[in-house]
Design a protein around this ligand. Structure first.
Ligand code: SAH
Ligand code: DHB
Ligand code: MG
Length: 232
């Protein structure tokens, strides 16, 4: 279990923002309920982060979006709505059951025809996409296994073009946990939420082809969304 947010104020502020800026939405709420009923873990982005993803997609004028980590399709609905009706979204997911649940949720949201779901290990799918000369994406959202993040960044760089955005969820969570606990992550000890996150953040910050920042995102815990733009 992650350390609960030790700053209740941040949770209240997050809830205040949600009440004002993220109106309740039956389609999104039903998609989360269907995911719970089907036994999926509740690890989707928060409503406020979904709205932020939606706005980033709109602000950047994205038309082609790549998502790595579909789960029940919650973030997918936010991103697909931002690029509707003409955009196209490709979402990668390992778990066959999640693919089924997300497919149904997208159907109910009226977005199924915009979304191309590719089942399998993301690294293998991404390799195939590069080899097949897949057209570049305007926005890549990385949100799958944290071990894979550094490799997903390499593929994201190959599958984008100048001006594209590369976003990544969960880039602060475990790092914030260790700050609260005043202990450093243990090298060698497996920690699925840390995974390759520190390496990913270093690679993102140090890549001369990118201009990047991390914005903190809070809910029951402190986390962060990485935002990078491929330079012109
Ligand atoms: N973006 C979703 C949440 C994704 S959770 C949302 O906010 O709604 C992370 C997802 O990555 C899970 O569904 C998990 O099954 C998937 N995943 C984990 N390892 C993977 C891999 N190697 N390849 C593809 N998907 C993977
Ligand atoms: C986990 C994964 C996520 O992508 C997330 O946003 C929160 C939690 C997890 O694996 O626990
Ligand atoms: Mg996530």
């Amino acid at each position: 279990m992650a350390t609960p947010n030790p700053y209740p104020l941040l949770v209240e502020v997050d809830q205040y923002i949600e009440r004002l800026f993220v109106p309740r939405d039956a389609v999104l709420e039903e998609s989360l309920k269907a995911a719970i009923v089907a036994g999926l873990p509740e690890i989707h982005v928060s409503p406020n982060e979904g709205k932020l993803l939606y706005l980033l997609a709109k602000l950047s004028g994205a038309k082609r979006v790549l998502e790595i980590g579909l789960l029940g399709g919650y973030s997918t609905i936010w991103l697909a709505r931002a690029i509707a009706p003409k955009g196209h979204l490709v979402s990668l997911e390992l778990d066959e059951n999640y693919v089924r649940v997300a497919g149904k949720n997208l159907e109910i949201a009226g977005l199924r025809s915009m979304v191309d779901i590719r089942q399998g290990a993301a690294a293998a799918t991404l390799e195939k996409m590069v080899k097949a000369g897949e057209a570049p994406f305007d926005l890549v959202f990385i949100d799958a296994d944290k071990d894979g993040y550094p490799v997903y960044l390499d593929y994201a760089l190959k599958l984008t073009k100048p001006g594209s955005l590369i976003l990544a969820d969960n880039v602060i969570r475990r790092i914030a946990d260790t700050m609260v606990n005043h202990e450093k992550p243990k090298p060698g000890a497996p920690d699925p939420l840390l995974g390759g996150i520190e390496e990913f953040n270093r690679k993102l910050a140090g890549n001369p082809k990118l201009e990047s920042i991390v914005v903190t995102v809070t809910r029951e815990f402190v986390d962060g969304l990485a935002i990078a733009r491929v330079k012109d």
